[in-house]
Design a protein around this ligand. Structure first.
Ligand code: BGC
Ligand code: BGC
Length: 843
C-alpha cells in the first residue's frame, strides 16, 4: 500500500496550486535544453497525493525484466467484451478489457450481479493462467460508471454531472463516488472511466451534461472530490471497496469549434490550461491513476497522436505517473493510422489502446511487428507497460483475492442500496434550479389536487438521459429500473400520505379539474455526438410541449414546469407559458427528490428549499450557444450562479421575447442521417412499398438486411444487403410531410456518402416519396457504377431533379434508395444542402 500524504483540509487546491506553480518554474529551467518545444511555466508540476513507493517500482522492474515482447504488447491492449472470449484472454493475456455503453455479460441486458461477477472471475482466471501465454499478470476490467453503475439493472443512478454542478457541493460528490465504487465493486469490476472533467464552452455539444460546468473552478474541486471518493482516502486507498478512476478526456473536449463532438479545439495554450485543464489539476492531485485521451484535436492535431500534450505536458511536466488509456478506437482517427495499426499513438504517449471491435487482433500483431522493426522503441513500450503494472500494483491486483472472492463481490444488496439511493435523492434535491416562481406558486400544498402531465412525468428513462443501461439511454421502460422512482411516483407518495390527490395524464387530459399542474417535459436521451445541436432552441419547429402548457394555462390552471435536459436551452416561450419553472437536468433514478422540494409540509412549512445554482449560463436566444461566465460582453438570460430560493422575488414574471432571431437568414441544411438518425426521422427497410422501421442494430426485413457500421465515428453508417430475391428499398421518412419547396428555391441538393461493398449489377434509383402513389424517382445506376468498390464517395443530386408535379410540397420520405437485384452497399451522412446544386446533374 503506498503511503499517502495527509489529506488536505478546507481549500485543498489553492495552497497546492501555489507551490506547484513555484516548483514548475524551477523545473522548466532544466527542460529548456531539450530539443522539443519548452512547456510554458503556467503548466504546474502536480504533487499527487499518491506517492511513489520504492517497493512497487522494484516489483515493476522485476516483472518487466521477465516479460516477452508479446506479453508486453498484450498489456497495452484493451479489447471489448463483445469481441473477445475467455479463451482469447487465456491465449493473449490482455492488460485490460472493457464493456462499452450498453454491453453486458452474455449480451443480456438483465444480467444479474452474479453474471457480472462470473465474467469478471473467468476473465481474471484466464489472465493469470500462464499455460498458453506464459503470463500470470492479472487483467483489469474497465466500465463507464458515469452516473452510478449505469450499465447494471437496478443500480442507483445519480444525476448526470450537469446537475451535480448546480449543487456546488464537493462533499456530496465524494459520497456519490464512494457509493458508486461500492456498486461497481459488487460486480467484480476494477476500474471506471470517470470523472469527465470537461468544461463545456458551447452548449450545442452533445456531451454538455457530462460536464459539471462551463467554468473551471467547480470542475477542479469536484475532480479532486470524486477521485477521492472512487479510489478511497488513506488506508482505504484502492481497497476492495474502491475502484481505479480515470480523468477524461484529455484535453479540451469541451472547447471544440461549434460544440462539435470529437471536433477541433482552437484555444490558446494558456486557455487550454486555465479553462480545460483544471479538472486534471484537481484529479491528479487526488491521485487519479489513469487519464483517457480525447477524441478531439487541438489546432488540427488529434490528441491521441499529440506527443506534446500526452508526454511533455501531462507526463513530463505535470508528473503523471499512471497510464494514458485511449478512447474507443480513437487511435484510428490519427492521420496515417487505422484501428488495426497505429504506432503514432503509443509513440505520442498513449499507454493502452482502447480497441473494441475485431480490430484488437491485427492491432496486437502489428504493434508487435512495429516494435521489432524499431517503429516503436523498446523504451517507449517498456515505459507504457511499467505504467500499467505500477497502477495494477498500487491497486493491489496481484495481492487481492480474485474478483469473485473480494469483500463486496456478488453482494446484490449493494446494487441500488437504500443508503446510496438516499445520497442520490439528496443530490437530486440540491441540483434543482428554480428559474421562475411567479406569485410564489411553489412550494405546493401536498393536500391539493395535482395533475402530473408531460411525457417525462412517469418516465425514468427520460429523466436519466444517455449512458443509462444502453449507450444512448434509449429503448428502456420503467420496468427496467427496479427500485427507482419517477417524478410522478415521488409526488404521489407524498400527496397520498398528506391526503391530497394526484392524477397522471401525460397528454394533460385530466378527468377532474386540478388545482395545479406539474408538467414534466424536455429532451429525449442521447449520448456523445448524437446530442450535438445546431442551436439551443427547444423543440424547434415542433412545439408540442409549449402547446400543452398553453392549453392548461388557458384553462386557468397554474402550471409548474419541470424541465428535463442535458443543457440549458432557449425556452422563452415555455417560460412565458409557465408560472413556475424548474431546471431539473437529468436527475436519474431518484425522482422522489423533486417532490421533496416542490411540495411543502402539511403544516405549511418549507420541507426542502431550492439550493441549486446554475453552473451554466442560461441563454437569451437560440444562437447564444457560447455565453459563459466571465465573458467580456456577458448578457445571458440568467447568469452563472443564478437560482431562486423560496421567498425570493421572481425575475421572469414579465413576458420574455419569443421571437427567434437567426443570425443567418439562409435556409439551414436539413439533416436526415448525420451520425445517427434522429426524430422525427425513421429508417425503414424491406420490399419496395412494404418497409418496416429499423429498431435494432442488426435487422432483416424481406429482401433487405441491415447492420450498423462505422464510417468516421462509431455507428454513423448503415451497411445494407439487398439479396435480390425481390426489389428492395431503404428509406428515411417521418410521419408528417415536409414542405421542401424552399429547398428547391435555395438550390439545394441531396447529399449522401456511399460505399459499394459489391459490384453494381442491377438498376438503382433514388426517390422522394410524397404519400400514396406519389413519388419522384431518379435512376442513379450510371453514377454508382462509376464508383470503385470498397471506397467511400459522396454523391449529390439536385433537389430540382425530383420536383415533378409539385411533389416536393409534401414529402414524407426525402430519401429512398431502391435496388432491383443483389447488392451490398453502405450509406451515411444524408443531408439536404442549400446552395449546392449544379445544373445538369440529374443523371
Ligand atoms: C467515450 C468514452 C467512454 C468510451 C467507452 C467513448 O466513446 O468517449 O467517454 O469511456 O467510449 O465506452
Ligand atoms: C458502442 C457503445 C460504446 C460507445 C462508445 C458504441 O459504438 O455501441 O457500447 O460505449 O460506442 O462511444
Amino acid at each position: 500500500m503506498p503511503s499517502l500524504t495527509p489529506s488536505l483540509s478546507a481549500r485543498p487546491l489553492l495552497g497546492l496550486a501555489l507551490c506547484t506553480a513555484l516548483s514548475a518554474c524551477s523545473d522548466s529551467q532544466h527542460s529548456q535544453n531539450t530539443a522539443t518545444p519548452a512547456v510554458p511555466d503556467f503548466w504546474p508540476v502536480i504533487q499527487s497525493e499518491v506517492s511513489r513507493s520504492e517497493a512497487i517500482e522494484q516489483r515493476v522492474q522485476s516483472l518487466l525484466a521477465n516479460m516477452t515482447l508479446e506479453q508486453k504488447v498484450a498489456q497495452t491492449m484493451q479489447p471489448e467484451i463483445r469481441d473477445i472470449s475467455i479463451e482469447d484472454m487465456r491465449r493473449y493475456g490482455f492488460g485490460s478489457y472493457l464493456n462499452g455503453g450498453g454491453a453486458f455479460p452474455d449480451n443480456n441486458k438483465h444480467a444479474s450481479v452474479q453474471d457480472w461477477v462470473k465474467l469478471a472471475e473467468a476473465m481474471y482466471q484466464a489472465s493469470v493462467d500462464d499455460s498458453l501465454d506464459g503470463s500470470r499478470i492479472p487483467t483489469m476490467w474497465g466500465t463507464d460508471a458515469v452516473h452510478g453503475h449505469n450499465n447494471v439493472i437496478g443500480a442507483t443512478l445519480f444525476p448526470h454531472n450537469i446537475g451535480l454542478g448546480a449543487a456546488h457541493n464537493p462533499a456530496l460528490i465524494e459520497k456519490i463516488a464512494g457509493a458508486t465504487a461500492k456498486e461497481v465493486a459488487a460486480t467484480g469490476i476494477d476500474w471506471i472511466f470517470a470523472p469527465t472533467v470537461a468544461v463545456t464552452r458551447d452548449d450545442r455539444w452533445g456531451r454538455t451534461y457530462e460536464a459539471y460546468s462551463e467554468d473551471p473552478d467547480i470542475v477542479r474541486d469536484y475532480a479532486y472530490a470524486i477521485v477521492k471518493g472512487l479510489q478511497g482516502r488513506d488506508e482505504a486507498f484502492l481497497s476492495e471497496q474502491q475502484v481505479i478512476s480515470t480523468v477524461k478526456h484529455f484535453l479540451g473536449d469541451g472547447g471544440t469549434q461549434n460544440g462539435d463532438d470529437q471536433g477541433d479545439n482552437l484555444a490558446t495554450e494558456q486557455q487550454l490550461f486555465d479553462i480545460h485543464a483544471q479538472g486534471y489539476v484537481g484529479g491528479l492531485t487526488a491521485g487519479a491513476q489513469s487519464v483517457m485521451a480525447s477524441f478531439n484535436s487541438w489546432h488540427g492535431v488529434k490528441n491521441h497522436g499529440n506527443p506534446y500534450l500526452l508526454t511533455q505536458v501531462l507526463k513530463e511536466r505535470m508528473g503523471f505517473d499512471g497510464f494514458v488509456v485511449g478512447d474507443w478506437n480513437g487511435h484510428g482517427q490519427i492521420p496515417g493510422c487505422t484501428n488495426e495499426s497505429c504506432p503514432a499513438a503509443i509513440n505520442a504517449g498513449l499507454d493502452m489502446y482502447m480497441v473494441p471491435t475485431q480490430a484488437w487482433k491485427p492491432l496486437l500483431e502489428n504493434t508487435i511487428a512495429q516494435v521489432k522493426a524499431g517503429q516503436i522503441s523498446q523504451a517507449r513500450l517498456d515505459d507504457a507497460v511499467a505504467r500499467i503494472l505500477r497502477v495494477k500494483l498500487r491497486a493491489g491486483l496481484f495481492d487481492k483475492p480474485s474478483p469473485a472472492n473480494r469483500a463486496l463481490a456478488g453482494d446484490s444488496s449493494l446494487i441500488g442500496h437504500a443508503a446510496h439511493r438516499a445520497i442520490a435523492r439528496q443530490a437530486v434535491r440540491e441540483s434543482l434550479v428554480l428559474l421562475k416562481n411567479k406569485d410564489q406558486l411553489l412550494p405546493l400544498s401536498p393536500q391539493s389536487r395535482i395533475l402530473l402531465a408531460g411525457d417525462g412525468a412517469d418516465n425514468i428513462g427520460k429523466q436519466s438521459g444517455g449512458w443509462t443501461i444502453t449507450w444512448q439511454g434509449t429503448g428502456n421502460q420503467n420496468s427496467d429500473f427496479p427500485g427507482a422512482t419517477s417524478v410522478y411516483d415521488g409526488i404521489k407518495q407524498a400527496v397520498d400520505a398528506a391526503g391530497g390527490q394526484v392524477e397522471l395524464a401525460a397528454d394533460g387530459q385530466y378527468s377532474q379539474v386540478p388545482d395545479v399542474a406539474i408538467v414534466v417535459f424536455g429532451e429525449e436521451p442521447y449520448a456523445e455526438g448524437n446530442g450535438d445541436l445546431a442551436n439551443l432552441e427547444y423543440q424547434r419547429g415542433n412545439k408540442t410541449d409549449l402547446a400543452l402548457l398553453k392549453k392548461l394555462q388557458s384553462q386557468g390552471i397554474p402550471v409548474v414546469s419541470v424541465f428535463i435536459s442535458g443543457r440549458p436551452m432557449w425556452v422563452n416561450p415555455e417560460l412565458n407559458a409557465s408560472d413556475a419553472f424548474v431546471a431539473a437536468w437529468l436527475p436519474g433514478s431518484e425522482g422522489g427528490g423533486i417532490a421533496d422540494v416542490l411540495l411543502r409540509r402539511t403544516d405549511g412549512a418549507v420541507h426542502h428549499d431550492f439550493k441549486g445554482k446554475l453552473s451554466f449560463s442560461w441563454p437569451a436566444s437560440p444562437e447564444q450557444t457560447t455565453v459563459n461566465r466571465h465573458d467580456p460582453d456577458y448578457q445571458p438570460l440568467l447568469p452563472y450562479g443564478f437560482g431562486l430560493s423560496y421567498g425570493d422575488k421572481d425575475v421572469l414574471s414579465a413576458p420574455l421575447d419569443e421571437s427567434v432571431q437567426t443570425t443567418n437568414a439562409a435556409l439551414a441544411p436539413l439533416s436526415l442521417f448525420e451520425n445517427d438518425i434522429k426524430a422525427p426521422w425513421q429508417l425503414s427497410i424491406g420490399a419496395i412499398g412494404n418497409t418496416q422501421a429499423v429498431i435494432s442494430s442488426v435487422q432483416q426485413q424481406g429482401p433487405v438486411s441491415l447492420r450498423t457500421s462505422d464510417w468516421k465515428i462509431q455507428e454513423d453508417s448503415r451497411r445494407l444487403h439487398f439479396d435480390g430475391s425481390a426489389p428492395g428499398e431503404v428509406q428515411i421518412g417521418a410521419s408528417f410531410p415536409q414542405d421542401l419547396r424552399a429547398y428547391v428555391e435555395a438550390n439545394a441538393s441531396l447529399h449522401l456518402a456511399v460505399k459499394l461493398d459489391s459490384q453494381l449489377q442491377s438498376p438503382v434509383t433514388l426517390a422522394m416519396l410524397c404519400g400514396e402513389n406519389c413519388s419522384s424517382e431518379l435512376d442513379i445506376s450510371a453514377r454508382l457504377a462509376a464508383l470503385p468498390v470498397g471506397e467511400w464517395h459522396s454523391v449529390s443530386v439536385p433537389l430540382q431533379c425530383f420536383n415533378q408535379a409539385n411533389h416536393l410540397a409534401r414529402v414524407f420520405s426525402p430519401f429512398s434508395l431502391r435496388v432491383q437485384g443483389e447488392l451490398h452497399i453502405s450509406i451515411a451522412n444524408i443531408r439536404l444542402l442549400p446552395g449546392q446544386a449544379e445544373a445538369n446533374q440529374c443523371q
